[in-house]
Write a protein that binds this ligand. Sequence first.
Ligand code: 6CS
Length: 316
Amino acid sequence: QEWLFVTEEQDGQVQYEYAEEFANRISEKSGGKITVTPYEFGGLGDEVDQVEQLQNGAVQLAVTSPGFIGNMVKESQIFALHFLFPDSVEQTQEILNTSEALNQDLVKQYQEHGLTPLSFWSEGFMQWTANKPLEQPSDFENFKMRVQTSPLIIESYEAYGANPQSMSWGDLYTGLDQGTVDGQENPIFFIADASFNEVQDYMMLSRHNNYVATTTVNSEWYEGLSEEVQTMVDETVDEMQEWVFEEQKAQNEDFLEQIKTDTDTPTEVVELSEEQREAFRELAVPVRDFYRNEVSTVDGAILDKLIEEIEAATAE
Ligand code: 6CS
C-alpha cells in the first residue's frame, strides 16, 4: 500500500521532517508493507488546494494549518486568537495534547467536512517581522500585514489597526521584497528557512500566538483502515508529539542564533517587553467575543471550554 502525505512546508522544515519521520516509522512497523510518500509544499498547489485534495481523497494524510481551514471549519479559527494560550510552548503543547475541547469537540467540527484531525502540535511561538519596529498598536496603522486565509486572523490584525492581506506563503518572499505587504508572522525557524529575514530589517519577539499544525487524515480513508493498521497510525501519531516538540524547539533555537549572527543581511531582533505585549493583549481579548458571536456555530462553547482548560492547566 502507498499513502500520500502532503505538507505545507519544504524539505528540512518542521512539517516535512515530521512527514518523513512518520513515513519511516510506519514503514518499519509494517515491515515495509506500507509506504508513506511525503510531499513538499508546492507540488500539489497552494495550502488551500491541499486541503481539497485531502477532502476528496487524492491524498490520505496532510499537515494542515487552521489558518487555511477557517473558511470551511469555522471553529478552527479558535487558533487565530492572540494571547489565548499560555506564554510557554511546553504548556501550550500539553494543552494541545490533552484538551477535550480540541481533541473531541473541535475534531467533530472537522469531521463534518470529511477531515479527521489526529493531533494538534505547536511549531513554536509566532513572531512578527517588518522593516520597522512593531512595538505598540499604533505601529500597525496602515501596515500591510500578510496573513493566512482564515477571516478571524484578519479580524485579529484589524483590532490592532493594521491592514491585513491574505496570501499563500509561496508568494510571501516576493510580496515582502516588492512591498506588496509590509510584514508577516511566523515561527522563527520558518522566517529564517524561508529567508524572510533577508527582506525584513526587524524581527519582533512578540509571542502573540502559537503556530498550531494539525496532522489530519481523510475521514473515509481512516475509517476504512483495518483495526490493526488504524492502531498503528494512532500510536505513531501519539509518539510523534514528543518528537515534533523537540524538532521545533531545536529548529527555533538554532535559527534564532542564525538570525542574530547573520551579518550579510542583518535583522535586528527586538524583544517586546511585558508592558508592550499587554497593550496588544488588551486589543486582542475582545476579538474572543467576535469569535463567539460572529464566527462560532456553537456560540463559543468550544472556546469557553478551552479557556477553562487553560485556566486549570496554568493554575497548577
Ligand atoms: O506562513 C505560512 O503560511 C506557512 N507557515 C508555516 C510555519 N508553515 C506552513 C504555512 O503555510
